[in-house]
Design a protein around this ligand. Structure first.
Ligand code: LLP
Length: 440
């Protein structure tokens, strides 16, 4: 029997039946499902984002199963990872989606999601985006201000439809997250309708001729581990629902509690979603509403790795640097949020080193890890940067005119490129060699 070691993900999530890892070592050889990583790198080059289909399915099924104690819908949040390969897997699982821009709406429709499977959210929707969402017949538009509700009413009137509106409430609860940039549900955030204003906006939505108030919504933050802010927020939404019903407004059908469930990057433990669901039942079941969740990271975060090659190893000022062919342009999270991503040599040489793993971009803030105790590595070695399935490729940039890397889905012992590596021509495709000058 070969020795099978779970590379990363045996740890991390509490609860029954969890969770097969997409990434395992068999006799020391790193695989994604049934595909050897060294082989894959030879075939597709680096930098490459590699995703495990099985793990995406597993995470989705796990959350969906846990929530089945209530009438519910799981709407995967495209902003975490929106390539057609991931969307295909989730559509086959029966997921709905949550989009926050015309571009994401375009992707969702292109991937075969019906309008009625789509929630449209976002703090700054343009009139064009609202028009596209209403034309697509989305399930819900989650509105974030009175002005937006009025605009929805006007555009729905022009189109001859009724806009199904959810109100994104800022529940103003205390949120604990790993970084202040990813908290949203506290007082004074730019997101949502301030709690004290919600009833007035709800009454307006119920009164206007072309809007219908069908949902109450919140999203309190991302990479969250404590359940109490969700439960506190849910109670606040249920309180609003009861007040509105007492006033005779009884059109609300959905209670959308957003995304934000945390995942393991280091030694964290994801929330126990069975326990979470049980805690929600007593609060949500009496309302008769359908619960909606909009998870992103929980579904895909641990299901992806970034493969990068060491270009140089150098020593400077008493430090050892591994200069890799991926950096902040491929994975912004370390430099933007001080985020930790585990890094291993794909084929360890034995031995350890303290390294700064840095990218090739001309910025001192371009790093994947600082002061990291890790496998000893030399120029030419392949490194696996784990847990980049969420907010990895989608936050990549072309800074320094760097083409974005390739995205690969693995399914069993097969793999397929789902997003080709960009070429230089792709990067200048929209530039005009002979611009047409007009009189201003
Ligand atoms: N719903 C709404 C309205 C959201 O704004 C978000 C994420 C989600 C759902 C999904 O949250 P998740 O389940 O993935 O935590 N770039 C940051 C994360 C930003 C999250 C933005 N909103 C990062 O890399 O940590």
């Amino acid at each position: 029997m070969p020795e099978v070691r779970d590379g990363v993900h045996g740890r991390g999530v509490v609860g029954e039946g969890l969770l097969t890892s997409g990434f395992t070592r068999i006799d020391g050889v790193l695989n994604c499902e049934g595909v050897g990583i060294e082989v894959l790198a030879r075939e597709v080059g680096t930098p490459a984002y590699v995703y495990s289909s099985a793990m995406v399915r597993d995470r989705y099924a796990h959350l969906d199963g846990a929530l089945s104690v209530l009438p519910h819908r799981v709407h995967y949040t495209l902003k975490a990872n929106s390539n057609a390969g991931i969307l295909r897997v989730l559509r086959e699982q029966g997921a709905g989606v949550d989009v926050v821009s015309g571009g994401e709406l375009f992707r969702a429709l292109r991937a075969g999601f019906a309008g009625s499977d789509i929630i449209f959210g976002g703090v700054g929707k343009s009139a064009d985006e609202i028009r596209s969402a209403l034309t697509a017949g989305v399930l819900l538009v989650n509105a974030e201000s009175e002005a937006e509700v009025r605009l929805l009413d006007r555009i729905a009137g022009e189109l001859g439809v009724t806009a199904p509106v959810g109100l994104r409430v800022n529940p103003e609860v205390t949120v604990h997250s790993s970084h202040r940039y990813i908290k949203t549900g506290e007082k004074g955030a730019k997101f949502g309708i301030p709690f004290d204003d919600v009833l007035a906006v709800a009454r307006l939505t119920a009164e206007l001729p072309h809007t219908r108030l069908v949902g109450l919504d919140m999203h309190i933050g991302s990479q969250l581990f404590r359940l109490d802010p969700y439960l506190d927020g849910t109670e606040r939404l249920v309180g609003l629902l009861e007040q509105l019903r007492a006033e005779g407004i009884d059109t609300i059908r959905y209670l959308d509690i957003g995304g934000g469930l945390g995942v393991a990057y280091e030694a964290e433990q994801s929330p126990d979603v069975e326990r979470f669901a049980r805690a929600l039942v007593s609060r949500v079941a009496p309302t008769g509403l359908t619960l909606i969740m909009e998870p992103g990271r929980f579904i895909v975060g641990n299901a992806g790795m970034l493969l990068t090659r060491v270009l140089y190893r150098k020593h400077s000022g008493g430090r050892d640097f591994l200069v890799t062919d991926a950096g902040m342009t491929e994975l912004l999270r370390p430099s933007h949020y001080d985020a930790y991503h585990r890094i291993e040599a794909v084929t360890p040489r034995g031995g350890q080193m303290m390294a700064d793993v840095v990218g090739p971009v001309c910025e001192s803030g371009d790093f994947l890890a600082l002061d990291r105790a890790m496998d000893d590595a030399q120029a030419g070695d392949l490194l696996a940067v784990y847990d980049v399935g969420a907010y990895g490729y989608v936050m990549a940039s072309n800074y320094n005119t760097r083409p974005r890397g390739v995205e690969v889905m693995v399914d069993g012992d097969q793999f397929a490129i789902v997003t080709a590596r960009e070429r230089y021509e792709d990067l200048v495709r929209l530039e005009l060699d002979e611009p047409e000058w007009r009189q201003g």
